[in-house]
Design a protein around this ligand. Structure first.
Ligand code: SF4
Length: 82
């Protein structure tokens, strides 16, 4: 489970977030590119390739798409308890 105390500083406020690479628990973003490569309407990359959430999903279908990225993240760096 992503650590909501270790969010990337650029996440918009809200339920969904990405963790910072500074989270050394093994669940900090490793800049693999999966989430923002697959769903650029919600996720973006910073100057280091790390992911953050640019806007929260606003309907059930978008929520499902974000959930898919959460499930696909190889290290669990996407959270929904923010
Ligand atoms: S899928 Fe996970 S590790 Fe990869 S860029 Fe997105 S948050 Fe980071």
């Amino acid at each position: 489970m992503a650590n909501k105390l270790m969010k990337h500083s650029k996440n918009v406020n809200g339920k969904w977030y990405c963790t910072s690479s500074a989270d050394d628990s093994g669940e900090g973003c490793i800049a693999c590119g999966v989430c923002y490569g697959s769903l650029p309407s919600i996720f973006a990359e910073d100057e280091n390739g790390e992911a953050y959430v640019t806007r929260q999903p606003n309907n059930p279908s978008e929520e499902t798409l974000v959930q898919e990225q959460m499930d696909a993240c190889p290290i669990g760096a996407i959270g929904n308890d923010g």
